[in-house]
Write a protein that binds this ligand. Structure first.
Ligand SMILES: [Zn+2]
Length: 236
């Protein structure tokens, strides 16, 4: 049986002499493992489709639950991210791989993943990554609550708010539950979630990324080597 679906290559590893085994996040079928035969040979027609960041329409053959690449036509490659933003872009792929489960349909998450890479190519890399982490946390069922103080219900105000890891919520300076967090960090997360105009300082973006990474580690086993490395570079 043949399947046709949009897909994004998250991971590619060597398999046999000339083949690769791909992890592909697809729009229709969730995450799939796909064997790509002969793609390591010089001049192989489907070589492009066997690389991380390839976003294409894939035709896959399925037999006994195993998938083989038949053909692919590239929508967008995002290969420019290899040189321009390799750590944050690879963090998106690693997190997508960890969050999506094999065969479970996740159409919205697929679209958010592609959009994150597109936003990184065209716009603000840190904000694109932070917005993606918020979306990945939603997908895991542990959203960050960017509403009012979760204890007293007041609106949060400058200069300080508190973030409480067990519930993923912010509290006001009077309630002061959790870890002290700059009000600007809260504002940025709120803007990324609800949209709206605004501009944040680079340090605020770094702090927001760091908070989201800590929260992800607090709640899940998901770790991203590239996210860790990116944050290390930013804090130099
Ligand atoms: Zn409060």
């Amino acid at each position: 049986m043949e399947k046709k679906t949009d897909g994004l290559v998250l991971r590619s590893r060597d398999y046999r002499e000339n083949d690769k085994l791909l992890t592909v996040l697809t729009a229709k079928y969730g995450k799939l493992t796909v064997a790509a035969r002969g793609v390591k040979k010089a001049g192989a027609k489907l070589r492009f489709a066997a690389q991380p960041f390839c976003f294409a329409e894939f035709v896959l053959a399925e037999r006994g639950g195993r998938h083989t690449l038949v053909s692919a036509s590239c929508h967008e490659s995002f290969f420019a991210l290899w040189t321009e933003a390799i750590y944050p872009a690879s963090a998106v792929l690693e997190i997508a791989d960890a969050v999506a489960s094999e065969g479970a349909v996740c159409t919205d998450f697929f679209l958010h993943t592609v959009e994150a890479l597109r936003n990184m190519t065209a716009g603000d890399v840190k904000e694109a990554l932070a917005a993606y982490l918020l979306c990945a946390l939603d997908e895991c069922g542990i959203p960050v609550d960017t509403g009012r103080c979760f204890l007293c219900g007041r609106e949060l105000t400058a200069p300080k708010t508190y973030f409480y890891f067990p519930t993923g919520s912010f509290s006001c300076a009077a309630c002061a539950k959790g870890v002290g967090t700059a009000y600007e960090t809260y504002l940025l997360l709120r803007r990324l979630r609800f949209g709206g105009a605004g501009e944040s300082e680079e340090e605020t973006k770094r702090r927001a990324l760091s908070l989201l990474k800590e929260y992800l580690s607090y709640k899940t086993e998901i770790g991203s080597r590239c996210l860790k490395e990116y944050l290390r570079q930013l804090s130099r």
